[in-house]
Design a protein. Structure first.
Length: 69
């Protein structure tokens, strides 16, 4: 009887470990996806800033050329 109870307790504890590991893996995957999305957003923002900077530079150059005439 003690052996049966010990086996049941061991199985229950092992199941808890599996559940914990599965939950941790799920959370890790979610964090990985979140980090990947943040990286894409950052890259997009950098590209937009660069494009705006180039437009401002061209506008300043045109203004400078117009003032020379």
């Amino acid at each position: 009887m003690k052996a049966l109870l010990a086996a049941i307790a061991l199985a229950a504890l092992a199941a808890c470990g599996v559940e914990t590991a599965t939950t941790a893996a799920t959370v890790a995957e979610a964090k990985r996806r979140e980090a990947e999305q943040a990286k894409k957003s950052l890259e997009s923002a950098k590209q937009k800033i660069e494009a705006a900077s180039q437009l401002m530079q061209k506008s300043a150059e045109r203004s400078e050329e117009a003032s020379k005439d």
